[in-house]
Design a protein around this ligand. Structure first.
Ligand SMILES: Nc1ncnc2c1ncn2[C@@H]1O[C@H](COP(=O)(O)OP(=O)(O)OP(=O)(O)O)[C@@H](O)[C@H]1O
Ligand SMILES: [Mg+2]
Length: 319
């Protein structure tokens, strides 16, 4: 059996922008990658670059325009009867845990429901399992009888993670799962995710906009810009990133740490507002190294640097 758990090939999705001048928004364009069993692939990029759309395409919450997705070797995007099984096999954890709960449902019922819905356990056995799950995510059993508003955001996110794990998924997609939490709680949840991944042999797709956070948990990182993957490399080699956009992100990590500089860039620009380039490299107008070829052709991911698995979509590399 190959190591690949999830294989995404040439996945694309455009949305109507609602503005005649801007036309369609290419939210995800021709994205291909694979995630191996037991690894954590991180996806990082600024707001509007298509991270959540990519996650929604993989989980079939949004239909793709084109492309293929395989889980354990079988293509599932066009197979109607696989929907329910895919919803079990690929679990999502979102930024806002409150949005997942019904306000009048007790925490215990929330944990039991997944197990009962997928007919993995009876209600009575599921209640016993809920106690074990709480222990696994380091929460006291007493919280099982509480309602969502009686828990903190960090505690609720632990419950959401426990439920995701409870039904034995193949892949857990964490979309900004720690972004809303304060720094110390964020660190605890990241540590919990690392421990659970090891103990339960889990596979993650971890999406975030903070390169330092994504690096701290991921084995490999993909950097996305305007719907495309512009660079991929192992986390430990991040400093060797070559794409000018990756360099911009890396510089902003280091400038946050260096209090003597004022180079902290808070990126609030939405790509939809900025507009997409009709041809060539999407990054070229922001790029300090732009050349004439960048306006003419779209750079493809090609081997970069010496490390295996390091690719970048930039004419600085592929010339
Ligand atoms: N259902 C939709 N209809 C129209 N446009 C959409 C829809 N969903 C996403 N978009 C657009 O697609 C682009 C990518 O959005 P997406 O939510 O995937 O970005 P993101 O990288 O997750 O951003 P963030 O970091 O803010 O969560 C944006 O321009 C967004 O406005
Ligand atoms: Mg998002």
């Amino acid at each position: 059996m190959s190591d690949a758990l999830l294989e995404v090939s040439h996945l694309s999705k455009s949305f109507e922008s609602g503005n005649l001048e801007k036309g369609m928004i290419p939210a995800v364009r021709d994205v291909s990658f694979q995630i191996n069993r037991g690894e954590c692939l991180g996806i990082v990029g600024e707001s509007g670059c298509g991270k959540s759309t990519l996650a929604r395409l993989i989980t079939l919450l949004t239909p793709a325009d084109s492309g293929k997705i395989r889980l354990n070797g079988s293509e599932y995007m066009h197979s109607k009867d696989k929907g329910r099984e895919i919803y079990r096999q690929i679990q999502m954890v979102f930024q806002d845990p409150f949005s997942v709960f019904s306000p009048r449902m007790q925490i215990g019922t929330f944990l039991e429901d997944g197990l009962v819905y997928y007919q993995l356990l009876t209600r009575r056995k599921a209640a016993e399992e809920a106690v074990k799950l709480m222990r696994m995510v380091e929460l006291p059993e007493e919280l099982l009888n509480r309602f969502p508003h009686q828990l903190s955001g960090g505690q609720l996110q632990r419950v959401v993670i426990a439920r995701a794990i409870s039904i034995h998924p193949s892949l857990i997609i964490l979309d900004e799962a720690t972004s809303a939490l304060d720094v110390s709680v964020q660190k605890q949840i990241l540590e919990l995710l690392v421990r659970l991944k090891k103990e339960q042999k889990l596979t993650y797709l971890f999406i975030g906009h903070d390169l330092a956070v994504v690096r701290s948990i991921s084995d490999r990182i993909q950097i996305m810009y305007a719907g495309s993957v512009v660079e991929e490399l192992r986390s430990e080699n991040l400093k060797q990133a070559v794409h000018p956009y990756s360099r911009e992100l890396l510089d902003s990590i280091f400038s946050v740490r260096d209090r003597h500089t004022e180079r902290i860039q808070v990126k609030t620009l939405s790509l939809a507002d900025a507009g997409y380039e009709a041809c060539g490299c999407q990054y070229r107008r922001r790029c300090p190294c732009a050349m004439s070829v960048c306006a003419e052709k779209v750079p493809e991911l090609t081997k970069a640097g010496q490390e295996p698995g390091h690719t970048a979509a930039c004419f600085l590399v592929s010339r």
